[in-house]
Design a protein around this ligand. Sequence first.
Ligand code: SF4
Length: 74
Amino acid sequence: MMRIIFYRNKCIGCNYCVEVWPERWQMSKRDGKCVLVGGKKKGQVYRADFGEHERDQNEKAADVCPVDVIRVEG
Ligand code: SF4
């Protein structure tokens, strides 16, 4: 099992991660930042576990994020 760590408060809403993997990343109309689908909030940080089938897409989303607020562990 792998995990995404998302530092949402520093997201600038560029939409790049959404273009890479819209099943996991969606844009919020409320505040213009993206939302980690299935993410659980702890403090300022959101976390979500995912399986091997999502590895490439989530690593690519982390790579394209210009402010480096997506981390993939595992
Ligand atoms: S790529 Fe990074 S800054 Fe851009 S919307 Fe996604 S998390 Fe936010």
